[in-house]
Design a binder for this molecule. Structure first.
Ligand code: UT7
Length: 311
């Protein structure tokens, strides 16, 4: 029995910001945003809703879905670049609100690849037998670090949270392979500066269209499989053109890739768990499917997992 995902959950705020709404704020247009990014709308949290609130909603669902009690959780890892405060961490706030009294808790900072860092860290604790249930969350309120005057970035991001419980799964299911990486030299291309996200879009794009396909293929090979064996792809939801590069590399049909970027934009560390939760809920991901999760982000960072779905 190896480590796998035993439950998933998601939360997105109700408030929708459409491309047409953005046309009134900055010099942009729906056509440009849709064709260059695939984004049609994104969700924005109210002023009184913070990262921990969204993390809590997604986590509650994931814990229910995993059919465990909060008291059974051994460790909480929250990936976020938009914590409510630098301390106490979002994971500690979550621990209290969930009543996960036994759990250790820490935040992980690896930008949009944060959820992948979390899942892979959780896997180590499960495989060694030290812990039974680890809650991994990706939660972001990016709207609070978005420069609403900068059309290069403000059209891209949204708020939300996704969560997964990692534990032992049955038979030959579970995480078969993983890859993690970082390239600090590229940090300058995507950073928080003067409180806002600043990005050299073209450089990040070049990195992402190289890294996402490469990491996806690497975890397939490492699992002893070939690309024909991939049933579903959940890439970081940043830009449909980048996601397509990964899909083409694996040679899989359009309907075998999660594309929630359309509805939610780029929610950084939350994008993969939100997309995964929706794919599970819709039945796109089924028991025994071989699923690839792959992300990249500021740092620069990246991470990928190949897993056979199911408890
Ligand atoms: O989680 C990781 C986060 N980051 C990413 O994934 C971002 C990766 N990069 C990208 O997705 C793309 O580079 C962008 C979507 C950000 C930009 O697309 P692009 O095809 O690389 O466009 P560009 O930056 O080359 O800009 C093309 C033109 C420019 O005008 P000029 O200089 O050619 O006259 C921009 O000023 O589009 C202009 N432009 C816009 N026009 C309308 C940039 N932003 C906008 C906008 N609306 N929002």
């Amino acid at each position: 029995m190896s480590a796998g995902i035993t439950g998933v959950g998601k939360y997105v705020p109700e408030r929708i910001l459409t491309n047409q709404d953005l046309e009134k704020i900055v010099d942009t247009n729906d056509e440009w945003i849709r064709t260059r990014t695939g984004i049609e709308e994104r969700r924005i949290a109210d002023d009184d809703v913070d990262t921990a609130d969204m993390a809590y909603q997604a986590s509650k669902q994931a814990i229910e879905n995993a059919e465990i009690k909060p008291e059974e959780i051994d460790l909480i890892l929250v990936a976020t670049v938009t914590p409510d405060k630098s301390f106490p961490t979002v994971s500690c706030m979550l621990q209290e609100r969930l009543g996960a009294t036994k759990a250790a808790a820490m935040d992980i900072s690896a930008a949009c690849a944060g959820f992948m860092y979390g899942v892979i860290t959780a896997k180590q604790f499960i495989d060694t037998g030290v812990y039974k249930h680890v809650l991994v969350v990706g939660a972001e309120k990016l709207s609070k670090i978005t420069d609403w005057k900068d059309r290069n970035t403000c059209v891209l991001f949204g708020d939300g949270a996704g969560a997964a419980v990692i534990g032992k799964v049955s038979g030959d299911r579970g995480i078969k392979s993983f890859e993690l990486g970082a390239d600090g030299a590229g940090g300058k291309y995507l950073q928080q500066k003067d409180n806002y996200i600043q990005m050299n879009g073209r450089e990040v794009f070049k990195f992402a269209v190289r890294q996402m396909p490469e990491s996806s293929l690497n975890v397939v090979k490492q699992a002893g499989l070939s690309k024909e064996d991939v049933d579903y792809l959940v890439p970081h939801q940043a830009n449909i053109r980048i996601m397509e590069a990964a899909r083409n590399k694996l040679d899989i049909p359009v309907d075998k890739m999660a594309t929630s970027v359309k509805k939610y934009g780029n929610t950084s560390s939350a994008s993969i768990p939100i997309a995964l939760a929706e794919a599970v809920e819709s039945g796109d991901v089924k028991d025994d499917d071989f699923v690839v999760l792959v992300g990249f982000g500021g740092g620069l960072t990246w991470g990928a997992v190949g897993l056979k779905w199911g408890k």
